[in-house]
Design a protein around this ligand. Structure first.
Ligand code: NI
Length: 169
């Protein structure tokens, strides 16, 4: 027997942009990774690709739940989306790294942000299975950027007041 065809079409949801106050919300933990959460994940992945992004937090589509999707390895059109539910940083290096960051909720602004270069994190996948990962480079930066969204923090909040006002001009 074949499996049931996948009939549901993924939906691109509107992305909130700053200064929408909802982006300041602290997101709630997911109690159970169920069908509703998987639908949210699928829609977020579609929305991220539709906006040409490499990461998206649920609050960016107006859902205050601790869910992220990322794909930092989209070279040659090959997609590798990963969902992170209830992600948590277990350890962060003292060593820092600087990346130029942008955000789908802060269009057309990029600026350098300094963050721990390496982190260890835990999360649940789209099947509710727990994982622990060590991340560095773009993965570490992107995870920290997206996890900031779960606390209502934008990358602009890491910039000095002067840089922030210059970036917003
Ligand atoms: Ni962002």
């Amino acid at each position: 027997m074949g499996s049931k065809p996948y009939l549901r079409r993924m939906t691109i949801r509107p992305i909130l942009t700053a200064p929408d106050p909802r982006l300041k919300a602290v997101s709630e933990p997911v109690a159970k990774v169920d069908a509703d959460i998987r639908t949210l994940i699928d829609d977020m992945i579609e929305t991220m690709y539709g906006a040409d992004g490499i990461g998206l937090a649920a609050i960016q589509v107006g859902v205050a739940k601790r869910v992220l999707v990322m794909d930092i390895d989209q070279k040659d059109g090959k997609k590798n989306p990963v969902a992170y539910v209830n992600p948590k940083i277990l350890w962060a290096s003292e060593e820092l790294a600087v990346f130029e960051e942008g955000c789908l909720s802060v269009p057309e602004i990029w600026d350098e942000v300094e963050r721990p270069a390496k982190i260890r994190a835990e999360y649940l996948d789209r099947d509710g299975k727990r994982h622990e990962i060590e991340a560095d480079g773009l993965l570490a930066t992107c995870l920290q950027h997206e996890m900031d969204h779960l606390e209502g923090v934008l990358f602009l909040d890491h910039l000095s007041k002067l840089k922030r006002s210059m970036a917003l001009k």
